[in-house]
Design a protein around this ligand. Structure first.
Ligand SMILES: [Zn+2]
Length: 174
């Protein structure tokens, strides 16, 4: 066995399964899970990627017009998505502030191991907010229209409530 193969076996491996934890056994809608998978694999056609491909475009985020649009910015560095995700964390009684996309994935992976009601709902909300933000971003791109953060939050709660179990739904009354 070569030295490089030995080294690759003993060095710490990145958590390759974290995205699987977020999309497998998730009761969110199939479309939301697919869009979340795209985000986790960084396959979304965001403006930072267009610029990397030398396509000339305005690089700024459609929501805040303040930073370059990227997956990391959309989820959840952007003030718009951060406000919605914070409302969801508060609803789930997760007493933490919103973190960057990578740290939120790690939080999801940790919660996944617990396999309790809060975790199931967190995974659903995660997929539903990623889907919603992406749809709203496209709506701004093609129609120039968006919705207030509070309305988006309530729509996401509704979508999770109709798909989750009766037992889990009781946690969402507020
Ligand atoms: Zn933004």
């Amino acid at each position: 066995m070569s030295i490089s193969k030995v080294y690759s076996k003993i060095r710490p491996q990145p958590d390759k399964v974290s995205w699987k934890r977020l999309v497998c056994n998730n009761q969110a809608s199939p479309k939301s899970i697919f869009i979340t998978w795209m985000a986790l694999k960084n396959r979304m056609v965001t403006k930072d990627r267009l610029i990397q491909w030398h396509i000339n475009c305005d690089p700024l985020c459609f929501f805040c017009q303040n930073c370059v649009e990227s997956v990391a910015h959309l989820f959840f560095s952007c003030s718009y998505s951060r406000e919605i995700w914070q409302k969801i964390l508060d609803l789930l009684k997760i007493q933490k502030t919103v973190q960057c996309f990578e740290l939120e994935q790690q939080r999801a992976a940790r919660l996944y191991r617990k396999a309790n009601r809060k975790c199931r709902l967190y995974l659903m909300f995660f997929a539903e907010i990623v889907h919603s933000i992406w749809l709203l971003r496209n709506s701004l791109l093609f129609n120039g229209s968006c919705q207030p953060a509070d309305l988006v939050f309530r729509e996401i709660v509704y979508r999770v409530a109709v798909r989750c179990s009766e037992f889990d739904r009781k946690f969402l009354y507020f």
